[in-house]
Design a protein around this ligand. Structure first.
Ligand SMILES: NC(=O)c1ccc[n+]([C@@H]2O[C@H](COP(=O)([O-])OP(=O)(O)OC[C@H]3O[C@@H](n4cnc5c(N)ncnc54)[C@H](OP(=O)(O)O)[C@@H]3O)[C@@H](O)[C@H]2O)c1
Length: 256
């Protein structure tokens, strides 16, 4: 197993990619902490993991609140004793529409959940990882960072990629690897909401790409990229932005 006894926090673990990562990590032997705001969804993932006889902690958390993030880390340490892996997966699509119609509160909320929370969660786990001189942080971003009418989201995710590269350099000497990923166009609630906005709002290319590629892919597929980056096989990779769509990345995963 690739992640035997590793303790991993997965934000947004209640549905979509986060749920797939939680289940994939559990199957690889990790002790999983599933964090999101909706208790029912994380409890459901916990039941799924326990049915596989895996160790799991489900914790309702708003990751844009620093106090709640600190509690998440404290509870994880109390339950499992350490933290080896952080997956900053939770995200929100934010407002869809021309920038002149975006309200300041919508802008701030989108930046806060997608970008600031990535900083808060990383900041909270780093002392543990730095002390043991080992750790992995995987940040979920997107290559969609130039899509009109989705500007707050795209700006936040571009920030996540740059944050990952910055942090990777800062903690390199502590043997902590930090990478960002693009998980591809996945069949999840967020993607359905974006497509519901329609061609006029978000442009034809996304729809054409989905048609060309046949179907939206399952989040279970990019979850394997997250497993790879969290595993020993990826110890040499840091400060990178890996796209699930990339042929070389698919090859790397298949070899891991
Ligand atoms: N779907 C795609 O095609 C696609 C493409 C590129 C990148 N991504 C990225 O991939 C990641 C996962 O996306 P997805 O498609 O799986 O989205 P999703 O189905 O909407 O799931 C998002 C998860 O984030 C959680 N979340 C949102 N705000 C939160 C907050 N303030 N605190 C804690 N948890 C929060 C949600 O739970 P609660 O609402 O219960 O808190 C949910 O579990 C996101 O970062 C997204 O931007 C997705």
């Amino acid at each position: 197993m690739k992640l035997q006894d590793k303790v991993a926090i997965i934000t947004g673990g209640g549905r979509g990619l986060g749920r797939s990562v939680a289940l994939a990590f559990g199957r690889e032997g990790a002790k999983v902490v599933v964090a999101a705001r909706t208790k029912e969804t994380i409890d459901h993932v916990a039941v799924e993991l326990r049915s596989l006889k895996k160790s799991v902690l489900a914790m309702p958390v708003d990751i844009s609140d620093e106090n709640q993030v600190d509690l998440l880390v404290q509870k994880t340490l109390k339950t499992f004793g350490t933290i080896d892996i952080l997956v900053n997966n939770a995200g929100t699509r934010g407002p869809i529409g021309p920038i002149c119609n975006v309200l300041l509160e919508e802008w701030e909320k989108t930046i806060k959940i997608n970008l600031t929370a990535t900083f808060l969660c990383s900041k909270a786990v780093l002392p543990v990882m730095m002390e043991k001189k080992k750790g992995k942080i995987i940040n979920v971003a997107t290559t969609m960072s130039l899509r009109p009418n989705l500007t707050p989201y795209c700006v936040a995710k571009a920030g996540v990629v740059h944050f990952s590269k910055q942090l990777a350099r800062e903690v390199k000497n502590f043997n902590i690897q930090v990478n960002a990923i693009h998980p591809g166009v996945m069949d999840t609630q967020m993607q359905a909401e974006i497509r519901q906005a329609g061609v006029e709002a978000i442009g034809t290319d996304l729809f054409e790409r989905i048609k060309e590629e046949g179907i939206l892919h399952s989040p279970d597929e990019p979850a394997q990229l997250v497993v790879f980056l969290a595993s020993k096989a990826a110890d040499g990779i840091t400060g990178d932005f890996l796209s699930f769509d990339d042929k070389e990345v698919k090859f790397l995963i298949s070899q891991a």
